[in-house]
Design a protein around this ligand. Structure first.
Ligand code: GDP
Ligand code: MG
Length: 153
């Protein structure tokens, strides 16, 4: 069992385009569990903390402007291997690489405004959930780390 929690956010473009319901539907139908959700505007410090790994990129300012420009729909979802599976459901960042059938493949057409965010690792998920919703109750355990540790089990 590798039950995980992840942070999923419908970005301002996705909210404006009426995609909240479609995105909830896909995660629900996959069998994942919605633990928390809120429509909210994001202030600059929350956005900068959320995207801290991109702080030295030339597009960082534009990215923070975009995320703070209009409401987002922030969610916490739980499920088996959800961090990796949700990234597959979301699709690649660039519209040239996001496959049909993925959320970005079906709905996004630019890499700057690409409808949805999903955490890319356990550490990011914990940090992002805390940033938007407060402290996680569940701590990361050995079982959450794939491959290496489980070889010996
Ligand atoms: P993700 O993990 O698939 O969301 O992609 P990244 O971590 O590489 O980038 C984070 C987010 O920054 C993306 O989802 C886009 O919204 C945005 N982004 C990525 N590349 C660019 C860019 O070249 N310009 C701008 N303005 N935004 C970008
Ligand atoms: Mg990323």
């Amino acid at each position: 069992m590798t039950l995980q929690r992840t942070f999923i956010m419908v970005k301002p473009d996705g909210v404006k385009r009426g995609l909240i319901g479609e995105i909830i539907k896909r995660f629900d139908q996959k069998g994942f569990t919605l633990l928390n959700a809120e429509l909210m505007t994001v202030d600059r410090s929350k956005a900068e903390y959320h995207y801290m790994e991109h702080q030295n990129k030339p597009f960082f300012g534009e990215l923070v402007d975009f995320i703070t420009s209009a409401p987002v729909f922030a969610m916490v979802w739980e499920g088996e291997n959800i961090i990796e599976v949700s990234r597959l459901m979301i699709g690649k960042t660039s519209p040239l690489e996001a496959l049909p059938g993925t959320i970005r493949g079906d709905f996004a057409f630019t890499k700057e405004e690409n409808v949805i965010h999903g955490s890319d690792s356990l550490l990011s998920a914990e940090r992002e959930i805390e940033n938007f919703f407060g402290l996680l109750k569940k701590r990361i355990s050995k079982d959450d780390f794939p491959f290496e540790d489980r070889k010996s089990v």
